[in-house]
Design a protein around this ligand. Structure first.
Ligand SMILES: Cc1cc2nc3c(=O)[nH]c(=O)nc-3n(C[C@H](O)[C@H](O)[C@H](O)COP(=O)(O)O)c2cc1C
Length: 347
């Protein structure tokens, strides 16, 4: 019988358990994506807290692009040395590190008028009001190269893998969504065209890091918006990535659906886990280890990831491992976002 604390394979990695820290923008990096002492302390604490793998908060792939303040960065060779210190800290704590790489795009309120913001088409973002610059075919190639170069730097910095962020309404997810993607070229219209940029980015990243380096993707199972990307779209992308050797797929959806309860994308994740040979990571509302054990028994899902519960209790997984299996203290209140850094006010 599979359990939460089994050793489990993720590509060439053998992880010490099935519990992962989900990518969480900490808002603690210094300008230019430089690391801060607070960030280092947070990663040391997470690594010692029992998770087998830590996904970083999303990191910029270009110096001119970042959707939020205080983000990490993998956009410059000069960052490699300091991120090598971070991966050392995580390894010393007994965990592994995967850099999450992202291009934000029009879903941003951070300095939107002073920088170039790419999008699939010039469609105004309903929340931010930003109208992005439609990408040329050449820009799409540059984007894939930007992801690839950032992945190569992550590998040089001693990270154990990279995760491509294609979820939560950022640029890669926008290409998949007919609401944002009005293109009539090879990157718009039918599903294989809307999905093409994600496969291009994966291909370029894989080429840069080699066959045996873990490459993960985070993707929405659905946008849960009329006219947006659907579960059928997501299944197609995941199957194509699976054929091309992706090492794991993390299934998310919208950002933080209010009142969503325990493991709220479970049915989508379970379905994907049957379709793919790559392991599937379930994120969102994972709180009760008894329920998580049941999911392991009833589905083919391989891993669970946790964001808000670890802001509240960085040592949650070690606590469960020691035998205290009461659910995470996190109440999913969503009060984690603060100007001075993202943290749990109830910790
Ligand atoms: C403060 C905060 C920052 C987040 N930053 C990221 C991020 O950088 N990348 C990402 O893919 N998801 C991010 N998320 C979403 C989480 O990874 C996760 O998908 C979501 O919080 C649901 O999981 P949970 O119920 O365990 O919190 C963030 C969530 C929170 C609360």
């Amino acid at each position: 019988m599979r359990t939460l604390f089994d050793r489990a394979r993720l590509g060439t990695l053998s992880l010490k358990n099935r519990c992962i820290r989900a990518a969480t923008w900490e808002r603690m990096a210094r300008a230019g994506g430089h690391l801060s002492p607070a960030l280092m302390r947070m990663y040391a604490e997470l690594a010692e807290g029992g998770v087998s793998l830590i996904e970083t908060g999303y990191a910029s792939i270009f110096p001119w692009e970042q959707p939020n303040p205080g983000m990490m960065g993998m956009h410059d060779d000069r960052l490699v040395e300091e991120y090598a210190v971070l991966s050392g800290v995580v390894h010393d704590g007994g965990s592994r590190l995967a850099m999450q790489l992202a291009y934000g795009g029009s879903q941003t309120r951070y300095l939107p008028s002073s920088r170039l913001i790419w999008g699939p088409s010039a469609v105004r973002h309903p929340a931010s009001g930003v109208v992005p610059t439609p990408m040329s075919i050449r820009d799409i190639g540059d984007l894939a190269e930007g992801f690839a170069a950032a992945a190569a730097r992550s590998k040089d910095a001693g990270c154990d893998g990279v995760m491509i962020h294609a979820a939560h309404g950022y640029l890669l997810g926008q290409f998949l969504s007919p609401l944002f993607n009005r293109r009539t070229d090879d990157y718009g219209g039918p599903l294989p065209n809307r999905a093409r940029i994600i496969l291009d980015v994966y291909g370029a990243v894989r080429e840069a890091v080699g066959r045996s380096y873990p490459v993960l993707i985070k993707i929405n199972c659905s946008d849960f918006v009329d006219g947006g990307a659907t579960f059928a779209d997501s299944m197609y992308v995941c199957r194509e990535l699976d054929k091309q050797g992706i090492d794991a797929v993390e299934v998310s959806g919208g950002g933080l659906p209010p009142g969503a309860g325990q493991s709220y994308y479970r049915d989508y994740g379970a379905c994907l886990s049957c379709l793919l040979s790559a392991p599937v990571i379930l994120v969102g509302g994972n709180r009760d280890p008894v329920e998580l054990q049941r999911i392991l028994e009833d589905t083919k899902l391989s891993f669970f990831s946790f964001s808000r519960p670890l802001l509240r209790e960085p040592g949650l997984i070690a606590r469960w491992e020691r035998g205290d299996r009461s659910p995470a203290a996190c109440t999913s209140c969503g009060e984690c976002f603060h100007d001075e850094g993202n943290y749990c006010p109830y910790r």
